[in-house]
Design a protein around this ligand. Structure first.
Ligand code: FAD
Ligand code: SF4
Length: 517
């Protein structure tokens, strides 16, 4: 007879004491299993902030489990006999602990699910995988929504979710009489800048986090990113404080400045809650409820609250549905046949393009960039340069503290790179440097000119925009949402096209955009 009834497998992004995996937990017969393993930081070149975020949150969660009297088998990264990967460590511990079965909440990554299934099968152990009730929408319900639809669009999914969960609804209709307040949102800051934005909720690392920071610095010394200003919430209590501070201080202006950028300030009016949500320190229901209450109590305007709730109840749930209904083939998609290598300076920030330099510096410093920087600066550049989407995916999965594959992959491969050929987005998001000039003052301090598409001072975004349209002209002309943009290519003379082509080739050879010295 096995001594241990259930070994509850808890992964680094499953830090929820009320998760389904704990249902029926009995202290006398069950135990929890957690492991810090190098493979999770090396299968992509995980940045120091990202690895520190996961390890610090895991160690604090381990303490919370012990506080609740839950028996725990925890392997630290620096344990001398650490097996190096989740599968190998689990294998070792199964032999040592001889549980009768494994129990877990459904993991967020296909790769991890596959690996754990293989370990369970290899050891002849039953594996009880339970629904992840963190999410509003189960994978089964998403598949039912998707079934029979020619194309999927977030907007219809989001409206269904609003009705189903009775969020911002009144008498069966959306509050305020419309579903979407985009027209009221998305302003730039103007020349005076953002003014005194309330500071982000920052948490001084405690002894546990400091120990993790020291470990990551020594163990992953050559990995990208820095740890000197690490201040992320790594406990449930800190995550709740972040949520309260956001709703109180930033939510009222969130929508209005959702797409704005400002040099040296990635935080602006964003919530910075993605890592806490993805590690399950926060539940999306409490986040949505807090935002809705702020509206109902007159603290925040409807346009802002709706814009924020759309991100959580809409986009976040939608991308998860896409991931689990499209994997594993999704990982390999490359609809535009993009083959360029990712420029090496994405990992160091050494570029002379002011907008990219800023976005990359913040990414490496904090493991954070806001949505518009990810979509319309780094992502846009990689798309128009024609970088192989799998390399772009590996970069995004590595650098951000909130990066977990189920949410990162559809955003990168689908929304940003259009590599899924239109599953996520109805058209590729392409724009010239003029878009960045409209949303931020970066161009004023840049050596390039967003209005020029060729020549020495041409903004690489502008050159690559025209090059992208020229390279994909035939395919894009068939997309009604791109037709107008594509038509403009016909207005270029042959000489103008050649100049764009030559400049784009120089950018691809690394002769433009790289910072020297
Ligand atoms: C190329 C690319 C890669 C991305 N990779 C990730 C990733 O690895 N992890 C991640 O959580 N988000 C990712 N996003 C989505 C989004 O950029 C981040 O969620 C957001 O920037 C996190 O900052 P915030 O918490 O301040 O968000 P806010 O702007 O305050 O938004 C509120 C919340 O809404 C959710 N949200 C907003 N947009 C999205 C979206 N497109 N998809 C899913 N959830 C969304 C997040 O949970 C976020 O915390 C990516 C976007 C792009 C374009
Ligand atoms: S000119 Fe081009 S490269 Fe420079 S900041 Fe503007 S958009 Fe970025």
């Amino acid at each position: 007879m096995a001594e241990l009834r259930s070994l509850i497998v808890v992964l680094g992004d499953q830090l929820d004491l009320d998760a389904a995996a704990f249902d029926g937990f009995e202290a006398g017969v069950d135990a929890v299993w957690m492991a810090e393993v190098a493979e999770e930081s090396t299968h992509v070149w995980s940045s120091k902030p990202r690895t520190a975020m996961f390890l610090a949150a895991m160690r604090h969660f381990a303490l919370a489990l012990q506080d609740r009297g839950r028996r725990l088998h925890y392997t630290r990264l620096d344990a001398p006999d650490n097996a190096g990967s989740l599968a190998a460590q689990l294998e070792v511990d199964i032999r040592r602990l001889t549980p009768a079965r494994l129990v877990m909440t459904a993991p967020g990554d296909w790769r991890v699910l596959d690996a754990i299934k293989a370990v369970a099968a290899g050891n002849g152990l039953p594996l009880d995988i339970r629904e992840d009730r963190h999410f509003f929408c189960s994978v089964r319900d998403f598949a039912a929504h998707a079934k029979g639809r020619k194309s999927l669009r977030m907007e219809y999914f989001y409206r269904e979710q609003r009705k189903r969960h009775d969020v911002l609804m009144q008498g069966g209709e959306p509050v305020g009489g419309q579903w979407n307040f985009d027209a009221d949102n998305r302003e730039a800051f103007g020349p005076a800048g953002p003014g005194a934005v309330p500071p982000r909720a920052a948490f001084e690392p405690d002894a546990v986090t400091l120990e993790v920071i020291a470990l990551v610095k020594s163990r992953f010394a050559d990995h990208p990113g820095r740890l000197d200003s690490f201040a992320w919430p790594v406990t449930r209590e800190q995550a709740l404080r972040s949520l309260q501070a956001f709703v109180r201080d930033r939510l009222p202006l969130f929508g209005r400045f959702q797409d704005a950028m400002w040099p040296d300030d990635p935080w602006l009016y964003h919530s910075h809650l993605s890592a806490a949500l993805n590690l399950k320190l926060l539940n999306p229901r409490e986040v949505v409820a807090a935002a809705e209450t702020a509206y109902r109590e007159g603290h925040a305007p409807l346009a802002s609250v709706e814009g924020f709730i759309r991100q959580i109840l809409g986009w976040r749930e939608y991308v998860r549905g896409i991931y689990w209904t499209q994997m594993p083939g999704y990982l390999e998609r490359n609809a535009l046949d993009a083959r360029q290598d990712l420029p090496a300076w994405f990992w160091s920030g050494a570029t002379d393009m002011a907008c990219l330099r800023d976005a990359l510096a913040q990414t490496l410093e904090h493991g954070y960039a806001n949505h518009i920087q990810r979509l319309m600066v780094t992502g846009l550049y990689a798309l128009m340069l024609g970088v192989q989407p799998q390399q772009v995916h590996a970069w995004y999965l590595a650098v951000y503290v909130d990066a977990v594959e189920w949410v990162e992959l559809p955003n990168t491969l689908g929304m940003s790179q259009y590599a899924d050929g239109g599953v996520m987005a109805s058209k590729p998001y392409v724009a010239t440097g003029k878009y960045i000039e409209r949303m931020s003052p970066h161009c004023k301090g840049c050596r390039y000119d967003p209005a020029q598409r060729s020549g020495e001072r041409a903004c690489p975004f502008t050159t690559l925009y025209w090059d992208f349209l020229m390279r994909h002209e035939t395919a894009l002309a068939k997309n009604p949402r791109m037709a107008l943009q594509v038509k403009n290519v016909a207005r270029l003379t042959d000489a103008q096209k050649r100049a764009v082509h030559d400049r784009a080739a120089a950018i691809r050879r690394g002769e433009v955009g790289v910072a020297h010295g």
